[in-house]
Design a protein around this ligand. Structure first.
Ligand SMILES: [Fe+2]
Ligand SMILES: [Fe+2]
Length: 293
């Protein structure tokens, strides 16, 4: 597979796709999830996970603190890093591809196209197709030098107690917030059912692309972008106490989107040349000529 690699200092994964490959092990397919997962299966998952993935989660869980997230928001949400057309952004993302990998699987643009094409094939609204095409563009954070654990990984709230339903939650013991009375209670800095828009999530590609697309896409699309890695909620229902009825309503969109992200991988790559005119029109319909990163 052509994979996003980055430098060895950025983290233990061979590529940031290793996290996503591991998600498929944890959540094998939509039917298994619908049927529910027993505790034994979950233990088996943890027992068999690769060391690199476990080390990745350890680093994520000890380093994603409330202060870290606020600092990254200040650093990135001024959008003064780079201005690119959508197509330049895709080229930029694909710079990280490791062409030396002999596996003939699919690069990052292919994952995005397969997601968007699967959404289109099901006759979903065009803004959802566009959301599929963009949902992982925030991974450009890797190119700005961010460590893997600040680009990918399951997302979850910071500033309140970490749920024990988060994968490898035992590593939170080494997170300073876990021992800080401001942040380690059920609600922490938040109020009961305050609404997810008022909650700081871990910093990563989801949060970043959500903020980039915020002015342009409908609210359902923004939920799909911001929460597409929020497995502790959409699979484990661990943070309902922070959510409003409106959040729950909009989470139906996140649930609708998620299988397209996880399970749309097809061995036949979409023909980008043939598809490009359709996507050029779609991008022009919703987005300005350039995006600010
Ligand atoms: Fe993603
Ligand atoms: Fe994805």
């Amino acid at each position: 597979m052509s994979k996003i690699i980055g430098t060895p200092e950025q983290g233990p994964l061979n590529s940031i796709e290793e996290w996503e490959d591991d998600l498929l092990v944890r959540y094998p397919d939509a039917d298994a999830i619908a049927a529910g997962r027993d505790t034994q299966a979950y233990r088996d998952y943890e027992a068999t996970t690769k060391d690199s993935v476990r080390e990745f989660y350890r680093l994520q869980h000890i380093n994603q603190t409330y202060d870290f997230v606020l600092q990254k928001k200040q650093q990135y949400l001024s959008f003064d890093k780079q201005e690119m057309t959508v197509w330049e952004a895709f080229d930029f993302l694909n710079q990280l591809v490791d062409d030396s990998d002999p596996d003939t699987d699919l690069d990052q643009l292919q994952h995005l196209l397969q997601t968007s094409e699967a959404i289109r094939a099901d006759g979903r609204p065009d803004w959802m197709v566009l959301t599929g095409l963009f949902h992982d563009l925030g991974k450009v954070l890797c190119l700005f030098g961010e460590p893997q654990w600040a680009v990918v990984g399951d997302s979850y709230p910071v500033g309140c107690a970490f749920s024990d339903k988060i994968v490898y939650s035992e590593y939170f013991d080494q997170n300073p917030d876990h021992h800080d009375p401001r942040y380690n209670t059920k609600y922490g800095v938040y109020e009961p059912n305050c609404g997810l828009e008022n909650v700081h999530m871990t910093w990563g590609h989801d949060e970043y692309i959500y903020h980039i697309m915020k002015p342009y896409l409908p609210e359902q699309a923004l939920y799909m972008l911001r929460y597409h890695s929020f497995y502790p909620q959409h699979r484990e229902n661990a943070y309902s106490h922070l959510m409003t009825p409106h959040d729950h309503q909009l989470f139906k969109s996140v649930d609708l989107f998620n299988p397209y992200d996880l399970y749309s991988k097809s061995p036949v790559p979409p023909d980008w040349k043939k598809l490009r005119p359709y996507y050029e029109d779609l991008v022009a319909k919703y987005l300005p000529a350039t995006l600010k990163f």
